[in-house]
Design a protein around this ligand. Structure first.
Ligand code: K7E
Ligand code: CUA
Length: 686
């Protein structure tokens, strides 16, 4: 503790400054007490200052919300910043019983199965297990998991508008849409012609489209649509001819946020492995940028005597940045120069090259992240195997395209812009740069995976003079192996420059041992001053997050309760809503028992339902309460029926009873002092 005493004076200053500013009750005695608490907990003055910078008092609110993908948990996690407290987990690609998501053949099970839940009538779906897959690529059974990867908050004018969040499934070519009016996933769309996805997902500046591109190139849609099979020999020797990437612009309904394949289009790409992608904005509005690696088109085949993929894919000095003019693509589609393939309009690679929709620019070896600066003027590309970040300028790109400053064309006829003609600068940062985010002062922050650090560097003009441009200015160590990073609104046109979250893949020794599967580690970094300052760790024990976006909390405006009788599936009043228990009723017809059930504290009406073995039971549940937080549950034992009924909500479930017996349905939320009594009987006779 000697060290502590030596440095106690700064703590007094920190405590005095902080307390003095916000409380009249703080006295000299209060400061002494703070010192004593810090000392007794073994905290250094810096630790104590960090605690004060991140603490949110009981009942208080965080300034920002972090929406972090949950990786192969299939979820999105909502975390308050700076307190780093988990506020909610949103189920997207995996069932989640607390939220009743994916149980009971209701709208959520349909959404999860890729069905159109919005137009779901009570009898539309039979067992609710259908899976619509226009591509014909996807599985015939409903998927039970997804790899929630890159979230994209909707934007208006290049700024988050708080309406929806989209997220891609890395394992499959799917996108989930979460409605932020109630924080529930409403739609899961299988994008045709993709097997896996990575590029994006991002929203165009007004969320006209969300973009997703393939990860591993897929069998060319033309082949797949003809049901052709591919032999191992084809795969190894004809890879360049029969595999393709696809860049997809998925149209978003401006009122509902629903994705509509009929208004969407796809651009065929060479089978370089397309990686991260980002949307142009401001100066680069109308463009999209996608990285790639494996320009070598290596396939692996270790036992066939070929190099492993990671070796084969790292031979050349350059891969290709894909520059897509999507406004031109829209025009080409409007002119009818497309082929309808598996439910989507596809612009062929030949057309994309001929019409100037697709250009390539060399980028140093095996890049990973591509990130557009807030005004859209610079595009930063980080190469996993190159210690530099390469910064492209949209002005230079536009000039090079106009002047056809090519260094050649690739084997598919796609023009390759001259590297020197489009690059504005390079910055040496350190080992393993991956992803970049921005602040409001013309600075960029890049994650360094191999070095376990975040590097801060300067953009060029107009933010910094020529002499100060593209310079490394600060570095902070993180723990450990950072992947993505998120700064406050740092991928929008309104970056805030306050906080940075390092999303670390490994935590090694940072947390109490809870077994060999360690939590990941988020670290909160203050970026408001000239030096970055590490403030806090947050163990992530619920999945492997990939990317996150951090938005001012007051931009999100969710309802407290649903208006009476609203179905979450459609956000409109359900035709099966009832206003009170007087309207509760049971109707019977051969083979069907249909119930309109009222749910309030602390009973279900009806509380006794009888049925015959084999009957289809349809229950329309309305929580007729309007009190915030007065959520009830509806669970039927042995039937995988579990619904969360939030105040005002109407949801319909259906199931079949195939054995006689008494099934006591009950409320799963501790809603009142008499919650335990909130149960009913489903009596099934032979
Ligand atoms: Cu791991 Cu965004 Cu798939 Cu980079 S991604 S880390
Ligand atoms: Cu309703 Cu417990």
């Amino acid at each position: 503790m000697k060290k502590f005493l030596l440095v106690a004076v700064p703590l007094v200053l920190v405590a005095a400054a902080t307390i003095g500013a916000c409380s009249r009750r703080a006295t000299g005695g209060g400061q002494a007490q703070l010192l004593q608490i810090a000392e007794s907990r073994g905290l250094s003055p810096e630790d104590a200052a960090h605690a004060l910078k991140t603490f949110v008092a009981p009942g208080g609110r965080d300034e920002y919300l972090l929406f972090a993908s949950g990786g192969h948990s299939g979820q999105i996690h909502v975390i308050g910043v700076p307190s780093m407290r988990l506020l909610k987990t949103i189920a997207v690609f995996t069932p989640e019983p607390w939220q009743g998501y994916g149980y009971g053949a209701d709208w959520s099970e349909m959404a999860l199965a890729g069905e159109d839940a919005e137009h779901h009538g009570p009898h539309a779906n039979g067992n609710g297990n259908g899976f619509t897959d226009p591509s014909g690529i996807g599985p015939k059974d409903p998927l039970r998991w997804g790899d929630a990867h890159h979230p994209a908050l909707s934007e208006t004018g290049g700024k988050y508008d708080g309406r929806w969040i989209f997220i891609n499934d890395r394992a499959h070519g799917r996108i989930g849409m979460v409605d932020l009016s109630d924080f529930r996933a409403k739609q899961i769309l299988q994008v045709p012609n993709l097997m896996t996805s990575h590029g994006g997902i991002f929203a165009t500046p007004d969320t006209k489209y969300v973009h997703i591109s393939s990860k591993v190139p897929a069998l060319k849609a033309w082949n797949a649509s003809k049901g052709q099979t591919v032999t191992l020999d084809d795969h190894l020797n004809r890879y360049a001819d029969i595999y393709r990437g696809y860049s997809t612009f998925v149209a978003v309904d401006p009122q509902t946020g629903r994705m509509d394949l009929s208004k969407s289009f796809q651009i065929e790409l060479p089978p370089y492995t397309q990686d991260l992608a980002d949307s142009g904005k401001g100066a680069s509005d109308g463009f999209a940028f996608i990285n790639s690696y494996n320009a070598e088109m290596a396939t692996g085949g270790i036992q066939q005597g070929r190099p492993p993929l990671e070796v084969g894919a790292s031979q050349l000095d350059f891969d290709y940045l894909h520059i897509i003019d999507w406004k031109k693509a829209e025009q080409v589609v409007a002119d009818g120069k497309y082929t309808q393939l598996n439910g989507i309009r596809v612009i062929s690679l030949e057309t994309a090259a001929a019409e100037g929709i697709l250009h390539l620019a060399p980028e140093p070896r095996s890049p990973h992240g591509v990130d557009v600066a807030p005004k859209g003027d610079y595009i930063s590309v980080a190469g996993k195997l190159d210690p530099h970040v390469t910064v492209y300028s949209i002005d230079l790109i536009k000039k090079a395209i106009a002047a056809k400053t090519y260094e050649g064309k690739d084997r598919y006829g796609v023009p390759i812009l001259k590297f020197d003609a489009v690059v504005a600068g390079k910055v040496e940062l350190g080992a393993g740069p991956l992803h970049t985010q921005y602040d409001n002062q013309g600075n960029a922050y890049t994650s360094l995976y191999l070095e376990s650090a975040v590097a801060k560097w300067t953009l060029g003009e107009p933010y910094h003079s020529k002499d100060d441009a593209f310079k490394l200015v600060d570095k902070v160590s993180i723990h450990y192996n950072i992947g993505h990073l998120a700064t406050t609104q740092g991928d929008t046109m309104d970056p805030q420059g306050k906080y940075l979250i390092a999303m670390n893949k490994w935590s090694i020794d940072r947390h109490t041992n809870v077994g060999p599967l360690h939590p990941q580690n988020f670290q909160l970094i203050d970026i408001s001053g000239p030096k970055m300052e590490l403030l806090a760790d947050m163990p992530i024990g619920f999945g492997e997050p990939h990317y996150a976006q951090m938005v001012k909390a007051d931009i999100i405006k969710a309802h407290e309760v649903y208006e009476p009788g609203v179905s979450p599936a459609s956000n409109t009043k359900s035709p099966n809503a009832i206003a009170s228990e007087k309207e509760a009723r049971i109707e019977r017809r051969p083979g069907v028992v249909e119930v309109w059930m009222n749910v309030v504290r602390s009973h279900f009406t009806p509380d006794i339902v009888t049925a015959k073995v084999g009957d289809r039971i349809i229950v329309h549940l309305t929580n007729t309460e309007q009190t915030p937080d007065a959520t009830h549950g509806f669970a039927v034992p042995t039937k995988n029926v579990m619904v969360s009924l939030d105040p005002g909500e109407t949801t319909s479930v259906e199931f079949t009873v195939d054995r006689p017996g008494t099934y006591s349905y009950y409320c799963t939320e501790f809603c009142s002092a008499l919650h335990l009594e909130m149960q009913g009987w489903l009596i099934v006779e032979k």
